[in-house]
Design a protein around this ligand. Sequence first.
Ligand SMILES: C[S@@+](CC[C@H](N)C(=O)[O-])C[C@H]1O[C@@H](n2cnc3c(N)ncnc32)[C@H](O)[C@@H]1O
Length: 239
Amino acid sequence: MSVDKPKPWMEGMIPTLNSRGFMSETMDRFSMAFIDYAAICGHEVLDMGCAYGVATREVLERGGSVMACDMEAGHVEILARETPEEFRGRLRTSVGELPAADFPDGSFGAILCSRVIHFLTGDQIRLSLEKMYRWLKPGGRLFLVADTPYTGFWFSTAPEYERRKAAGEEWPGFIDDIAPLLNRAAPPPGMLAFLNPLDPDILRRECERAGFAVEEAAFTGRGGEPDGNQHAGVIAVRR
Ligand SMILES: C[S@@+](CC[C@H](N)C(=O)[O-])C[C@H]1O[C@@H](n2cnc3c(N)ncnc32)[C@H](O)[C@@H]1O
């Protein structure tokens, strides 16, 4: 039975089928940098946590080849169904969940993982980055975007994050139990109990730990807004 794509929750924000946030129909500058690179790198690229394919679709329209992967089979099904026939030869899809998902070493010219890894614990982020390093071809690029403590329902935790960061905690944005922040007794079905909002320093540290050379790590705003701190992004290169 085919799955229907949900209606936007608010303009440009499409709910995921598994309560793992929303797909934004407008992309931040790190995702746009991925698209620019993906269109010219000459190799297949990976869109990990693709949701309904906002980035995948843009790469396909610009002539690139994409492996679109998400933990939710319904997302991948909708993405494939909505992909115009003329692009289908350059699209591969798979259902996989970080950190267990795997691809052969040296598979991709670039990887985008946008607004996914804040759903992982620190150890899961480390394992995922080690894998992404291997999945890239030498010289390949990783574009990571994560939610920060300054976004959405988590905004009220920002002062606590700042205090824990100043105290030198390794994962200062980590929230054990998100339910009270959503005014609920328990997380929505499919959502995890915890969240791990990140910042540019953490993205840099973890990419370097995995062996990448970091080109840039910075805060960025939502969607097309360059100013802001709702998201953290990094561009990192496999040596
Ligand atoms: C907040 S949405 C972001 C979608 C899109 N990449 C964007 O930037 O708008 C998170 C997406 O990542 C997927 N996801 C969350 N955790 C994941 C994991 N551990 N492995 C693979 N996909 C995951 C969800 O199913 C969802 O489609």
